[in-house]
Design a protein around this ligand. Sequence first.
Ligand code: CO
Length: 208
Amino acid sequence: MHTIKQMLAANQAWAEKIIRDDPDYFDRAARIQKPELLWIGCSDSRVGPDQLINLPTGSIFVHRNIGNIFATNDLNCLAVLEYALDELKVPNIVVCGHYGCGGVHASLSHSGIQPVDLWLDQIRFIYQRHQKELDKLDENGRWKRLAELNVEAQVHNICRNTIVREAWKRGQKVNVIGLIYDIHDGKLKQLGLEFDSLKAWEACYGDK
Ligand code: CO
């Protein structure tokens, strides 16, 4: 286990190495933020996006919470989406779930009244919607499939949101995709979900 003192020392070493390798790095970073994507992922400590896709600092605008949920009644989610699209003009939105997700696993059992239970009710609703399919699988299969269905539902929540729809309507480039990360092998997989226009989304999901 690292101490805070060790973390601060590591930070000093990191900043000094960057300056040695690229003297203008922090000047450039301080001038402008121009990320290539908005990442909506799980808070799980094993699924940090910078490591997974190996992009330099400044590339990813990040929102993470337990279970990678885009909750349309959560001001935090909405503010992140609005800022990403209206101010930063981020061209890609990635919803990334992961296998082995504790939040998804907890959603397979009954709820309670604690904040985490209430938050995860949003995944329990997805479970209920797909119960027929999910109950045919063994526990591990159910856990994995619900993680995928959760990503699908969150992509749907984003595309249905007015902030994204308005951006598409004014011709802004916004590509929304759903990925799943396997903590067992470190690989990301696309879930066949990709929408780059209102028309494309409506053709698939518009009636839901
Ligand atoms: Co998780």
